[in-house]
Design a protein around this ligand. Structure first.
Ligand code: RAM
Length: 877
């Protein structure tokens, strides 16, 4: 039998150790492409570690396999169990059982924490970062340990060790959350690290987001002025006893080799100050200072919903050269986020190697102006011996590094760039016969890698790096095509809700901290606050996760209510006032990124309609008829305002612009007459704009879709394949390896945009990857979690072939198409228990296919027929 079931996954966890759910939902994938295979039934089996008897659900007649409700009694804290599944298809007997998945809960009850937060005493902060501290706790264990768990968090960022060996491979733990409401802890299996007898738990603790520089006003101590560690060790002994110890007043601290560590500024490691074996019983901490206990509300502790930040990759230099001014420059060939690992040769003690980082060169030298206050400078001070070193508590966005003070001649074998990001699972691939389009896609992937570092940030390099809500709002669909973002964004959305203002307003970045005295007073910010509705809805669409809609329901409705209050009863956003609007429109002056072609009031009206409609759909999903009606009426009202206030009866935009038309078409705000004409007018507008971009953050992701929706796909292709500035491919032709913040972050002459806000690694305009997967390749979700695929590729004579694949919650879907001499050929793999609705580009009647591998051909010429709309939730009703 060709049917094989993969191991059960637990919620969205990659490694379900120390999870926070007592009733985790269960998913599994049946790997088969047997024609028409569909799950008819399943059986789940649970074996708890404390009970040899398996409990089974028995055979359950159901097609469900995605986020199935936990079928047993809720788990308690520290529960350990294994789960497996088998399935039945049409007439067969059951499949073999899946390999069991081991899962373990963390502490589900805040009373179970006995640890205290322990803090070193700190001096006044230095100009570019504070020292990191070494903390240690000594634990004596009398009898052999059969199982040991370490749980820890910090006010600050930490690395952990036990008896001189690292605990876990997490970087910058515990990341950045709405700390005062949700402080994340993680659980590690340390069974192999503990000894009978003396043990030492080591913590290396630095400022991170908690206390370091944060934001563009040069503020620090934003969350607190003292860092602290919070560590609990739980050991199970051969006699069945559980021993719990935690950080407490017996812990001690000292300063170590890291004399300065800051996320923006960089890190200094003075090897002369290193304390060998500081985290082992071989060294006594008696002379270290005693810690102070500080308050930490254990009710705020949460287990992770997504994976940790890790060292995901290492990149070798492609070139080492000397700059015009005589400096040593290293080029990694890729703009990335992380830091360098140096293999410093032996040198006289005190020799200092200094590394500065930048994304681009200008006039052959590091282009550091865009970094603003972020000094991004790391230093290694030699103690004499050769040593490998990588900073622990800082991150840089860079392609180039300038190395100063290297003992001897620097070679490519002496260093590498360590790429750091959240350990997301890659789920989707895209490739096409045009190398520039491929590079564009690759740039989006790298933009995502660099900015999904615990928090989805706007940029990774300057004194900002904030979880701007608008950026994720537009990028979430593309992100979900590339990586499994569900776990990470579930956590981020919980932070969004936690940081939401009592009046429902959503902060413009999440986690929110008041770090910018210069921001204009912001009300409900269209396109930014809408992350509260759009992101959960994308999660539902892409992962079939209804639970996220439930979890965010209060946040979603509170946002739309706040937004509607700003609009007023007449949905008439007052003129004047400030809003980001269609941010960074290609036409906006460099120093006025808000000055878009389309006034923000029109954008806000359109977004209100869209968010209200999402909430209406969410209400329907939840079976809440009253809310469905109420938000439906609000959506209709806002749509009506848009089409009467900002559009003439025939469909011409009052403020003609690509965004004005695209919003009307994509958010379904127009009457049928207006819509048909708006498509033509949009194509005319794009042509008048020279087939170049004429939109900003909010409009750009919609334009190609709007063109295809209205049978203007030839124009969409001209825009997509444009190489002159502003266009997606312009940056590619300029050698970009990530997506830029501005269409012209680098000017055609190679100089850096003169504005004081220029990043070369900003994912927002990378939202176009969603269009590449969903429409160009034609692999779209037509029902939540891709249970039904919508396959409606958009060919062009410019491309000979396109391929994409996607690990859907039901298994791997794959598509490839070719176009040769007017013959369009399609090959499609539909995963188990799914169906696909296929629209061939010749306009023939759509049809449906089931699980299996399918091939079709048809004749196709540009302009032959209209394309089927490929939107999930906002197709014209
Ligand atoms: C800047 C960045 C960011 C954007 C905000 C409004 O800080 O461009 O991406 O969301 O402005």
């Amino acid at each position: 039998m060709s049917v094989r079931v993969r191991p059960v996954t637990i919620e969205h966890h990659r490694h379900p150790l120390g999870i926070g759910e007592s009733r985790p939902r269960l998913s599994w994938v049946t790997d088969t492409v047997e024609a028409g295979w569909k799950q008819r039934a399943y059986e789940l089996e649970l074996v708890r570690d404390d009970d040899p008897d398996a409990v089974s659900t028995g055979r359950v007649e159901s097609i469900e396999s995605v986020l199935v409700q936990w079928p047993w009694e809720p788990l308690e804290s520290r529960a350990r169990a294994r789960v497996r599944v088998r399935v039945w298809g049409s007439d067969e007997g059951p499949s073999a059982w899946s390999e069991p998945t081991a899962l373990e809960t963390g502490l589900l009850d805040s009373e179970l924490w006995i640890a205290r937060a322990v803090a070193p005493l700190v001096d006044e902060p230095g100009d570019d970062g504070e020292p990191a501290f070494l903390l240690r706790g000594d634990v004596h264990l009398d009898s052999p340990v059969v199982r040991a768990r370490l749980r820890a968090t910090a006010l600050g960022v930490m690395t952990l060790s036990m008896n001189g060996r690292p605990v876990g491979d997490d970087v910058l733990h515990p990341g950045w959350t709405s700390y005062h409401r949700r402080l994340r802890y993680r659980t590690w299996d340390v069974t192999d690290l503990v000894n009978t007898g003396d043990n030492v738990i080591g913590v290396h603790l630095a400022d991170g987001w908690w206390r370091g520089f944060l934001g563009f006003a040069g503020l620090r101590d934003v969350y607190g002025s003292r860092t602290a560690a919070f560590v609990q060790l739980e050991t199970e002994h051969a006699d069945g006893t559980l021993r719990v110890t935690g950080s407490d007043e017996t812990w001690r601290w000292t300063t170590g080799p890291v004399t300065r560590a800051d996320l923006y500024m960089g890190e200094t490691f003075d090897a002369r100050r290193d304390i060998a074996e500081w985290d082992t019983p071989a060294v006594s901490a008696e002379t270290w200072a005693p810690v102070e206990l500080v308050d930490l509300d254990t009710a705020t502790l949460v287990a992770p919903t997504g994976p940790p930040v890790v060292r995901a990759d290492a990149i070798r230099p492609v070139e080492i050269s000397t700059s015009p001014s005589g400096r040593t420059l290293v080029d990694f060939g890729q703009n990335l986020v992380g830091r360098l690992r140096l293999r410093v040769p032996a040198a006289p003690a005190g020799t200092t190697v200094r590394v500065r980082h930048a994304e681009v060169l200008e006039n052959g030298e590091l282009g550091v102006r865009p970094l603003r206050r972020a000094r991004s400078t790391d230093e290694f001070i030699s103690a004499g011996a050769a040593r490998e070193w990588e900073p622990s508590f800082t991150l840089h966005g860079f392609r180039y590094a300038e190395v100063e003070g290297w003992p001897g001649e620097l070679t490519v074998d002496d260093l590498e760039a360590v790429v750091i990001h959240t350990d997301l699972r890659r789920v989707g691939e895209f490739a096409a016969s045009d190398p520039l389009l491929d590079r564009l896609h690759e740039n989006v992937v790298w933009g995502m890698r660099g900015n999904f570092v615990d928090v989805p940030t706007d940029c990774p390099q300057r004194d900002e790096r904030l979880g701007w809500t608008g950026d994720l709002q537009v990028f979430a669909p593309a992100a979900s095509y590339l990586y499994d973002t569900a776990g990470m964004l579930t956590g981020w959305l919980a932070d969004l809700a936690a940081d939401q203002h009592p009046d429902g307003n959503v902060p413009v970045y999440v986690p929110w901290a008041d770090i910018d005295p210069h921001l204009p007073p912001l009300g409900a910010e269209a396109g930014w606050g809408d992350a509260a509705t759009v992101v959960p809805w994308v999660m539902y669409e892409r992962y079939g996760d209804e639970g996220i809609v439930d979890a965010q329901w209060a946040s979603m409705t509170a946002w739309v209510d706040a937004f509607a209050r700003r609009a007023g009863d007449e949905i008439d956003f007052a003129s004047g006032g400030f809003s980001f609007g269609d941010w960074l429109d290609a036409a906006a002056p460099d120093d006025a990124p808000w000055a878009a072609r389309l006034p923000w009031q029109a954008v806000a009206t359109a977004y209100l309609a869209r968010s209200a409609r999402i909430v209406r759909d969410a209400a329907r999903l939840r079976g809440d008829a009253e809310a469905e009606l109420r938000y439906g009426a609000l959506a209709d009202h806002a749509a009506e305002r848009y089409r009467t206030e900002f559009v003439t009866p025939s469909g011409r935009a009052a403020f003609p612009s690509q965004t004005a038309y695209a919003l009307g078409i994509r958010f379904d705000l127009l009457s049928p007459t207006q819509r048909a004409h708006a498509g033509e007018l949009l194509a005319a507008q794009v042509a008048a704009d020279g087939f170049r971009i004429g939109s900003g953050f909010l409009g750009t992701p919609l334009v190609c879709d709007a063109l295809v929706d209205t049978a203007q796909d030839a124009t969409a292709w001209k825009l997509l394949l444009q190489r002159e500035c502003p266009s997606w491919l312009y940056a590619v032709t300029m050698g970009a390896t990530t997506i830029w913040e501005r269409w012209n972050s680098m000017l055609p002459d190679g100089s850096i945009n003169p504005g004081d806000m220029t990043s070369f690694n900003h994912y927002a305009f990378g939202a176009v990857a969603d269009f590449l997967h969903r429409r160009v390749a034609g692999l779209a979700p037509a029902a939540a979690g891709y249970r039904r695929l919508l396959v409606a590729p958009v060919p062009t004579p410019e491309l000979e072939w396109v391929r994409a694949s996607h690990d859907t919650p039901y298994g791997r879907a794959a598509i490839s198409w070719t176009l040769e001499d007017g013959t369009f050929s399609l090959e499609l793999t539909v995963p188990a228990s799914s169906t696909a609705e296929i629209h061939l580009p010749d306009g023939s009647e759509p049809f449906e296919v089931a699980t299996g591998v399918h091939r079709f051909t048809c004749r196709w010429e540009q302009g032959a027929v209209a394309q089927a709309a490929a939107a999930f939730a906002h197709d014209p009703a």
